[in-house]
Write a protein that binds this ligand. Sequence first.
Ligand SMILES: *Cc1c(COP(=O)(O)O)cnc(C)c1O
Length: 408
Amino acid sequence: MNAQEVIGLEQNHVLGVYGRAPFVLARGEGSTLYDTEGRAYLDCVAGIAVNALGYQDVGVAEAIGESLASGMLHVSNLYHTAPHAQLAQLLCATSFADKVHFCNSGAEANEGAFKFARRYGRAHGRDEKVEILAFTNAFHGRTMGALAATPRPKYQDPFKPLMPGVRFAEFNNLASARAQMDETICAIVVEPIQGEGGIHAATPGFLAGLRALANQYDALLIYDEVQCGVGRTGTLWAHQGYCKADDTCACDRGCQYEPDILTAAKPLAAGLPIGAILMRQRVADTIHKGDHGSTFAGGLLVTHVAQHVVSRVAQPEFLAAVESKGRLLRDLLEEINSPHVLEIRGRGLMVGLELDVDTAEVIRCGYEQGLILVNAGPNVLRLVPPLVMTEGEIHEVAARLYSVLHAL
Ligand SMILES: *Cc1c(COP(=O)(O)O)cnc(C)c1O
């Protein structure tokens, strides 16, 4: 089938909720994707911050092979399996968490986190302790609960009524958060670095302040690290970068940047669908058998592959490379010196360029230059390449972006 035939078939038979790029992808290698016409593209999207290890990774292929050798793709959560247990152990060993629950996506991880928070609230307060505080510009997913915490009229309005019990404060404004707090709040949910909202990092004072507010009101602090987690920002978990950068953080008396629950998904299993909810013991203590579950969640294949991804990404050399490549990328972007670039933001390989023009035209020109780009809101160009992208490729990305931005 040629590209036109594939695009025609999709237009005829696939529900049109996505605006797709005008080519058909056929294969990938490293940080490069090739379309059916043989054109090569440097990939700065990585399946939206999913393909941390790029394409055709030998270790991922081996992990898939090892898993298939068991002959079991699925057995149900009614039975013990080793990969599931080992991934949970690894996630706990690399974080604040004591317990992990698996699911199948980022939205589902947030749904589960909200359910656990309400369970915790009822166990620790009265029946009114069920409210969730979320923030402006947030993105937590498209299912009914996650959508209720994603305050964008375009996403929410056609699907009202939404899940009740969610209120909002202004991101990075602690006074605004404090004004919304009372004993009915069971959880505060925040992305340490907002992704879809345009690559905005929480300030250290904001995160530490939310931690203190959560403590004061016996509410849970939930970090949505679906996009910024798993090495993307140069530490395994994005919030760990805040602690690392703050000499005054008294971690031995309880790190002031640690959450009670963390949700992860996108890059966790190299492109296979998985979500994870990491939590402290005091959250786990309030959840009982039968409270939550999912048929596919935490299956043998996804958890085995995720173990491979997390053990690779968690290596200090790997994370240090993400940090230095992120710095290189931001330095090169600064040098582009285009009047259309208003601001360059981000951490590690999660970078946003705020432009004074609509990103659609920039993305279209990128395709012509062999560059795959995505936006985060109408005016922010987002760069979230595979974490294995080489320094040479980063130079090439910057050179191509230079051409695109200077041709506008
Ligand atoms: C992508 C994303 C989600 C939703 O994840 P899905 O797997 O698409 O459901 C939730 N939170 C954040 C921060 C995300 O970037």
